[in-house]
Design a protein around this ligand. Structure first.
Ligand code: SAM
Length: 485
């Protein structure tokens, strides 16, 4: 690859003699030449600028000087070997004009330009280069890329050219010692930021990697890879939600979706990408929607042998406005609702941002002043034992009663997000045994609970509309699981 840089400050580019790029040039992997624009100036003072037409502050770089310089430099032969390999014969040549008014230079741009054979950088100064220069070469059939390195203004194009050359050259074969280095980097094919990296010592100034990220030192490659990916997802959520929105659903497996969901992003089936989820405590104004959602979602969790009438009888008796109103007024009942952050198309229909799409309820097993438990709390199944609190004090049980999600959002991760929220809420309230009963035949639900860390704890019988059903009982200690979320 041949790189030519035209500038009025050739010394500025001497930084490229150093480090990886300098070594690559020394080994002939890239052919880098820097030219002084003033060599093409025609007057005694080697003038390259003039006042702006129409008046205004600053100076503008003259098109005639740039024209002569570029005619000559663009005509130079590209790297001979690269040109031979290129189908175009002469190779691909690009005139790069750094400008804050350009398209933003990204890793994709670097990857694209790394495939060219000859790059010519035209470094502006003052108010920039007369706009006809880019226009002329484009009209003449030259590929012209006016590129910005970010939304801020530098005094000249040299620093921008340095940035672009470094990003492009390291992608050329042989420039990096270990070509794998570029595979999992930030802004790579995964569309995620790279996770945090660590080296020895394992514990430094009270910061112990083995405690914060135990999987990292487990030696179990699959576990290490999974945790790295989860951390990359969490970091991208925290720092670059715009990148999360651009993730392609076909690149996300179930574990990715769960990690996204824990960070508040759902991937609805059929949507173009992840959609932010709003998970918040239910309030009085949600009551009517909540009752409606409960009636809509309860049948999905029922065994197939139940009749519509039995289900309707259960809903009418238990999922009433009165029941939800009492929960909303009771601090021992933690009702959480979810909605999408914006309207979304799903395979099963459009979902509006104003709609409630899921809810969870955690009922803490604690009696009130009259000695009564929260309304609707089922008897704790025999198989559920209540471990002590981390400080050795008495443990506390709570029923997760349960997580329900609108069928249109099935598989989106919304259930995992609500579940993660319920575990966090239970942990904050001192719960040490969060248990639930779920239909024995509903393997999908059991898988989801297992993925979230729940383990089997026997079974129970459960009445729905006069018909006895068998539930699998599952339990988790939120105090131990909290770190995972
Ligand atoms: N008047 C110009 C404008 O507002 O768009 C700014 C000119 S700037 C002071 C001078 C030169 O610095 C530009 O011609 C360009 O070469 C370079 N430059 C400044 N900011 C840049 C950025 N964000 N990306 C790439 N080049 C930049």
């Amino acid at each position: 690859m041949r790189l030519d840089v035209i500038t009025i400050f050739p010394d500025y580019l001497r930084a490229l003699d150093l480090s990886l790029i300098g070594r690559a040039a020394g080994e002939g992997l890239i052919d880098l030449r820097v030219h002084d624009l003033r060599d093409w100036a025609r007057d005694r003072h080697r003038t390259v600028d003039d006042t702006p037409l129409g008046g205004g502050a600053g100076m503008v770089m003259k098109p005639d000087v740039w024209g002569e310089a570029l005619d000559e430099v663009l005509a130079l032969p590209a790297d001979a070997a690269a040109a031979r390999e290129s189908a175009a014969g002469r190779g691909r040549r690009v005139l790069v004009v750094p400008t804050p008014a350009g398209r933003v230079f990204t890793q994709r741009t670097a990857e694209d330009l790394a495939r060219a054979d000859h790059l010519v950088f035209a470094c502006g100064r003052y108010e920039g280069i007369d706009a006809r220069v880019a226009e002329h070469y484009r009209a003449a059939g030259i590929e012209v890329a006016e590129l910005s390195i970010g939304d801020y203004v530098l005094s000249g194009g040299e620093a921008a050219a340095l940035v672009m050359i470094e990003a492009i050259a390291r992608l050329r074969p042989g420039v990096l010692g270990n070509p794998d280095s570029v595979v999992e980097e930030s802004h790579g094919a995964s569309g995620l930021l790279e996770q945090e990296v660590y080296t020895r010592p394992v514990a430094w100034r009270g910061l112990d990697v083995s405690r914060a990220w135990p999987a990292l030192l487990s030696g179990d490659h699959a576990r290490v890879a999974r945790q790295r990916r989860n951390r990359a997802i969490a970091r991208t959520i925290a720092r670059r939600p715009d990148m999360i929105e651009r993730l392609r659903p076909d690149t996300l497996d179930a574990a990715d979706r769960a990690a996204l969901a824990r960070g508040g992003w759902a991937v609805p089936d059929g949507a173009a990408g992840p959609v932010e989820l709003v998970v918040r405590p239910a309030v009085g104004a949600d009551l009517a929607d909540l009752v409606d959602l409960a009636a809509r979602t309860f049948p999905d969790a029922c065994p197939s042998f139940l009749t519509a009438e039995q289900i309707a009888r259960h809903v009418a008796a238990h999922l009433t406005p009165g029941r939800f109103a009492r929960w909303l007024a009771d601090p021992r009942a933690v009702v959480t609702v979810a909605a999408l952050g914006r309207d979304a198309e799903t395979r099963a229909g459009r979902v509006g941002a104003s709609e409630l799409i899921g809810y969870s309820a955690v009922l803490v097993e604690r009696n009130d002043d009259d000695g009564a438990p929260p309304v609707g709390l089922d008897p704790r199944p025999e198989g559920v034992t209540v471990p002590p609190a981390p400080d050795g004090g008495a443990g506390l049980a709570a029923e997760l009663s349960k997580v329900y999600v609108d069928a249109r959002l099935r598989g989106s991760g919304a259930a995992a997000a609500l579940l993660a929220g319920a575990v966090r809420d239970a942990a904050a309230r001192g719960v040490t045994a969060l248990w639930l009963g779920t239909d024995g035949a509903n393997r999908r639900a059991q898988r989801a609970y297992r993925r979230a860390g729940f383990v089997g704890a026997g079974s129970r019988t459960y009445d729905v509309g006069g018909r006895t059903c068998r539930d699998i009982v599952m339990v988790l200690n939120p105090q131990e699981a909290a770190g995972e979320y």
